[in-house]
Design a protein around this ligand. Structure first.
Ligand code: PMP
Length: 352
């Protein structure tokens, strides 16, 4: 039956999810491979979800009205500037569907989020992958130089997954100015809540720059299992993204969880502060023991181990820690429970 499948799919890498946690000595087992939030759901969020489940025989609100109202109020944007989907990966797929067609080019940094090349190729477009510069920051000059008449989108990931550094506001606004409307700039801000001084993307959107911000409830808000993300853009573009979305994508309990999470935002952002503190301790300790770790403004750290990466992933795994390896580049460790962070540093200290 494979003759019915689009031939391009054969060349497409499958998205590889973070592996589940192995069990190490003494039953130690931590999953640090998917940048998940280690804190369990707040009781109020669980209660709101349980209540929503009582209505599961009905479709959810396709317009995501309550979710849009709560998010727009929180961000100070208009309702019609928002487009929701099943995680920000869902919204990214919708955005690419809405903007790209065969023959178009999308400029991305590399390494960056693994889903980008897959989503771009699925639309028949071509990813143009620009290597990160020193310190694993986006090489914005090289990305600018790669613009051609075929360029539709430029995706910037800040903070960058899997390496960690963020783009500054000044660098982003200069970049958008230099792009000068030749392409739409997509700023993937999945980890924005963990960054000390993220670029003020909402300001740029308000000023009318051709830029979209993608955000998610998966990381800082701890709702990865519910799959809710959104894009912020000018109303015409947001409407186009909503048009390409799968109907009723955000489920009933997921909508309830978002509204309850925004109500409990202070508590959730206090948890984010704890994760940031743990991250900074991890960064300092890893550097002390000699690892050349780039800055991280997200909920993970990057060990650039080169061709030692595969063996190091196995060493972490034997200790009960699942981390994520990236070929011969390095590995990414999610900032998790305090014991998991301590153990990760211990294992990193003993690596050959
Ligand atoms: N963007 C980046 C950079 C990510 O790392 C992730 C999650 N791994 C996402 C988007 C997607 O997150 P979600 O679909 O859960 O919102």
């Amino acid at each position: 039956m494979s003759r019915f499948v689009r031939p391009e799919l054969a060349a497409l890498p499958a998205y590889v999810p973070g592996k589940p946690a192995p069990v190490g000595p003494g039953g130690v087992s931590y999953k640090l491979s998917s940048n998940e939030n280690p804190f369990p759901p707040l009781p109020g969020v669980l209660a709101a979800v349980a209540q929503a489940c009582a209505g599961m025989n009905r479709y959810p609100d396709m317009g995501n009205t309550a979710v849009i109202e709560a998010t727009a109020a929180r961000l100070g944007v208009d309702h019609d500037q928002l487009a929701f989907g099943t995680g920000s990966s869902g919204v990214l797929y919708h955005l690419i569907q809405a903007t790209c067609t065969a023959g178009d080019e999308v400029i991305i940094a590399w390494r960056s989020f693994e889903a980008y090349p897959i989503a771009i190729k699925l639309a028949g477009a071509t990813p143009i992958m620009i290597p990160l510069g020193p310190g694993t920051v986006h090489d914005l000059d090289a990305m600018l130089a790669a613009i051609t008449p075929r360029t539709k989108l430029i995706i910037l990931c800040t903070p960058n997954n899997p390496t960690g550094p963020a783009i500054t506001h000044d660098d982003l606004s200069r970049f958008v100015e230099s792009v000068a409307g030749r392409a739409l700039v997509v700023v993937d801000e999945a980890y924005v809540e963990f960054a000390a001084a993220p670029p003020r993307t909402l300001e740029l959107i308000k000023d009318g720059a051709p830029i979209v911000s993608l955000r998610t409830f998966s990381k800082a808000y701890g709702l990865a299992g519910f799959r809710v993300g959104y894009g912020i853009a000018d109303p015409a573009l947001a409407a186009a993204v909503r048009k390409t979305a799968i109907p009723f994508g955000v489920s009933l309990p997921a909508q309830a969880a978002v509204v309850a999470s925004l109500e409990a935002e202070k508590e959730l952002l206090d948890r984010v502060k704890l994760i940031v503190e743990r991250r900074d301790v991890m960064l300092a300790r890893l550097r002390e023991i000699g690892h050349d770790v780039p800055d991280s403004q997200a909920n993970f750290v990057w060990l650039p181990l080169g061709d030692r990466t595969g063996a190091a992933v196995d060493t972490f795994s034997r200790a009960g820690l699942m981390v994520r390896g990236y070929g011969d580049d390095g590995l990414r460790i999610t900032v998790g429970e305090p014991e998991a962070c301590d153990l990760a540093v211990e294992v990193a200290a003993a690596l050959p």
